[in-house]
Design a protein around this ligand. Sequence first.
Ligand SMILES: [Zn+2]
Length: 122
Amino acid sequence: MSNLKLCQGPKCHTYYTQDRLKGIKGSKTYQTRRRSSLVMGEFCDSRCYYDWFVKHGTRAIDHFGRTTEVKHLTEDNAWHKQYDWNSNDETVYVYRNGITKEQRPLTKAQYNDRSYTLNTGE
Ligand SMILES: [Zn+2]
């Protein structure tokens, strides 16, 4: 019980599901869900995540920093890893640039290495 966390959805307790209905006969209540594994670490499901954002999202963005200018993804940072199958049904790994469409071969090890990148910044 101790490693269960409460869902942070503001309306979690208002959804009529059997697992939320708890207590002894005569004093049953619908209760906030407790889970060991939560969506985004805080919510029992995506509906509760959405409910939280509807209630607090704008204030959270204003608090942590609103995007006020257009961001640009340039050629230098438009590389993304892909895989496909060739005619022999072998997996082929490539680095593909989303702007120039240039493709470069990639080894499986490079594909799996999360720190390996051709991108130069953000
Ligand atoms: Zn919930």
